[in-house]
Structure formats: C-alpha cells, structure tokens
Write a protein that binds this ligand. Structure first.
Ligand code: NAD
Ligand code: UFG
Length: 375
C-alpha cells in the first residue's frame, strides 16, 4: 500500500524488549511507522521477525545503544521521527543493588543523552516507561499518582530521578510534551503465542518462573514468604496484561499534546496474591504447580495495587484482560516457545536489508517509511 499522507514516525528505544515489542505491534496496527533501536543487552533480534510476521508490516531496526550520542544523532537526522517511546533500560532490582553504577549509567545517562539529542532535533514528544517501584512499600492501597514516592532500591531510584528530570524539562520549555507511565506488574503475552517474555537465565519474576515449572524446566516454584499480613500470607500485586499495557502507550502518545508533564499509573486496580496467581494458572493450564513457601525475598513490598482512575480520565484507557487471560497467554507463549526466541531465527529478510533509509528518505518532503518501502 502506498499513501501520499505522512504517517507519524515513532522512535522506540528498547524495541526488542518485552513491553516494547508488544507496543510496536499495536503502533503498526494503528498506522504508525516505527524506528526501533536496542543494544540487545536483554533481548534478541529475532523479535523483529516475529513483529513482521504478526503485523505484516516492517519496522526499521538498528542495534543502537541509547548512550551512543553519535548514532542517535544520525537516526534523528535520517528519519522523520516526531515522537519517542523510551523503554530502554535495565530493570533487575537485585542487580541494581549489587551494581548501582550500572543502573545509574545506563538508565540515567542513557536517558540524558536521548533527551539532549531529541532537543537538538526539536523532537519534544515523549512517553517514558516508569514503574510502580517508585512508590516502594506503599502505606496504602490503592496507590494513586499522589501517593508518596519512596523507591527502595537503585533501579527504582533511577526511575524516580528520571521522572524528576522529565518534569523539570517540561517545566522549563512548554514545547515538551511528556508522560511517564508507572506500570504495575506486566505479564501475559501476545494472544498468538508468538511473542512473550524471554528472560535470560533463572527468571526473577513470578509468571515466567511458573511457566518454566509448568513446562518442566524447573522443579518447583519457591514462594517468597507465607507470613505477610495478607489473607493467605503471600504478597499482593496488580498484574496487568502486556497487551493492555501496550494499548496504554498508544493512548498516552495520542494524548501527549494536551500536556506539559503527566504521570499516570497503568494497572488494573485489582490485586492478587501469589497463591491466587498459582491457582489461576493451574486452572487455565490444567497443570499442577508444585511449590514451597520459603523465606521472604528482601525488599518485597507486601501489597501493591493501583488506582487507575487517572488513566481512564486522561487517556480514556482501562485494562480489559483478566488474570485468567494473562495466565493463558503466558502459558501459550511458553508452550510454543519452550526456549524463548531463538537467536538464529531468520524467516524474513532482516529489516536492515529491506530498508536502506539513509539513502532513500527524502527529508524535504518528509516521506514516511511506509511510502519509501513501496516507492
Ligand atoms: P526488557 O529488558 O525486556 O526491555 C528493555 C530493553 O532495553 C531490552 O531489550 C534491552 O536490551 C534494552 N536496553 C537496555 N539498555 C539499553 C541501552 N543502553 N540502549 C539500548 N537498548 C537498551 O524489559 P521490559 O520488561 O520490556 O521493560 C521495558 C521498560 O519498562 C524498562 O524501562 C523497565 O524498567 C520498565 N518497566 C518494566 C516492568 C516489568 O516488570 N517488566 C515494570 C515497570 C517498568
Ligand atoms: N515471587 C515468588 N517467587 C518467585 C518470583 C516472585 O514468590 O520466584 C513473588 C514475589 O515475592 C512477589 C510476587 O511474586 O510477591 C511478584 O514478584 P515479581 O518478581 O514478579 O514482581 P515484583 O512485584 O517483585 O516486581 C516487578 C519487577 C519490578 C517492577 C515491579 C513493578 O521485577 O522491576 O514489578 O512493575 F518495578
């Protein structure tokens, strides 16, 4: 299909990651063109092939690190990018405690460089991946955007500091439109079973661990703490389907222009205990999950669930998928991809082969990526 109308071009950082890849599918469905970058520190390039297969559209992908100012500068020079969704960053809480400078350098420095390059090119529309981890061990649930911020680890503090940086930036220049989305616990997978979460090594998070137990890769689940002050003694979280989260990004992107700086929770507004998650997973999969209750995990908050009212009021967005659907889709992904994405998957010509936009983009007319592909 060729169109003379310009489509909005969005730069996605961390494009091959779990949440970004699901968001890209929806952006393509909504008619956006996408330039994706990732340094592949925590993801595989095969994701791009899955995106192409599922959406029947291509994206531009470049293996770029957000700390590489020169490479970013080139991207903004070559492609007619008009907004950015910034997912790239490290996210493992434990690792951030052991090696905080890795987190301050990658998350903080990376974001600073990205913002400087955006400003240089006059691109001032940004959606940022923040986290409910900025609330720490909240005193009260549901958590609103006004709840106190007390991140309990270096990873959370990078998100908290970046949020301050973004707020200061928007206050200093009314041309900036920025929304920080504070995600609660993203789980699930694309309903096709072709895209999902692909942790390297032993999963840190509950659902990937459960699916690996279910498929026989791990013997049993260790439930961290059974003596919390909750109904069944296990911690409570607000699990949100990754496709609902993806839709929240499109809604945020489309409402950027009304804002200077906004902070919005993306959660379902419902909390489930670890044991409830296990039981729901067993029900939808028909597989029994052996588990053992062990000591509490250091740093875990007892109860975390969102008040998503602001997301509905500002973005007309709310989560649609329930916990059963989240477990079902995560299980389908695990069943179809027992080893996750394979690094040697190349069913399509790579997107670099399909496009050589540095030579074919015409800046004077701002031809869109889609147009150039079919031109
Ligand atoms: P992910 O690790 O799957 O995706 C992040 C991607 O960023 C990875 O593909 C990684 O290779 C890439 N990356 C890291 N550093 C980079 C750099 N310097 N340059 C380029 N690419 C880089 O994680 P995700 O779960 O998809 O999370 C996406 C974002 O959402 C992160 O910022 C994370 O902190 C945030 N977040 C995640 C969760 C969660 O539980 N998954 C919750 C709240 C917030
Ligand atoms: N849990 C277990 N056993 C496991 C893994 C987790 O019992 O093997 C428990 C945890 O103790 C917690 C719950 O399952 O009670 C959820 O744990 P996750 O690790 O899946 O999620 P967290 O709430 O700890 O944190 C995640 C990300 C953070 C992010 C946060 C909010 O790891 O980076 O969600 O989005 F900030």
């Amino acid at each position: 299909m060729s169109t003379s109308q310009s489509r909005p071009v969005v730069l996605i950082t961390g494009a091959t990651g779990f949440i970004a890849s699901h968001t890209i599918i929806q952006l393509l469905e909504e008619g956006y063109d996408v330039v994706g970058i990732d340094n592949l520190a925590n993801s595989k390039k095969a994701v791009i092939n899955r995106i192409t297969a599922l959406s029947d559209r291509s994206i531009i992908f470049r293996p770029v690190d957000i700390r590489d100012e020169k490479a970013l500068d080139e991207l903004f020079t070559v492609y007619p990018i008009n907004s950015v969704i910034h997912f790239a960053g490290y996210k493992a809480v434990g690792e951030s405690v052991e090696d905080p400078m890795l987190y301050y350098s990658n998350n903080m420095k990376g974001t600073t460089i990205l913002l400087e390059v955006m400003a240089k090119h006059g691109v001032k529309n940004l959606v940022f991946s923040s986290s409910c981890t900025v609330y720490g061990n909240a005193e009260q649930c549901p958590i609103t955007e006004e709840s106190p911020l007390q991140p309990g680890n270096p990873y959370g503090r990078t998100k908290w500091m970046i949020e301050h940086m973004l707020s200061d930036l928007a206050a200093s220049d009314p041309e900036w439109h920025i929304t920080s989305l504070r995600y609660f616990n993203p789980i699930g997978a694309h309903p096709s079973g072709e895209m999902g979460e692909d942790p390297s090594g032993i999963p840190n998070n509950l659902i990937p661990y459960i699916t690996q137990v279910a498929i026989g890769k791990r013997e049993k689940l260790y439930v961290f703490g059974g003596d919390y002050p909750t109904e069944d003694g296990t911690c409570i979280r607000d699990y949100i389907h990754v496709c609902d989260l993806a839709a929240g990004h499109i809604a945020a992107l489309e409402s950027l222009h009304g804002n200077g700086y906004e902070v919005i929770n993306l959660g379902t507004g419902k909390g489930y205990s670890v044991l409830e998650v296990i039981r729901t997973f067993e029900k939808v999969s028909g597989v029994t999950i052996p588990y053992e209750i062990v000591d509490r995990r250091e740093g875990d908050a007892v109860e975390v669930w969102a008040d998503p009212t602001k997301a509905y009021k500002k973005l007309y967005w709310r989560a649609l998928f329930d916990l059963e659907r989240m477990c079902n889709d995560a299980w389908l992904w695990q069943l179809r991809n027992p080893e996750g994405y394979r690094s040697n998957e190349l069913p399509f010509a790579s997107s670099e082969d399909q496009f050589s936009l540095s030579t074919i983009i015409d800046h004077s007319t701002k031809i869109t990526l889609r147009d150039t592909k079919t031109a």
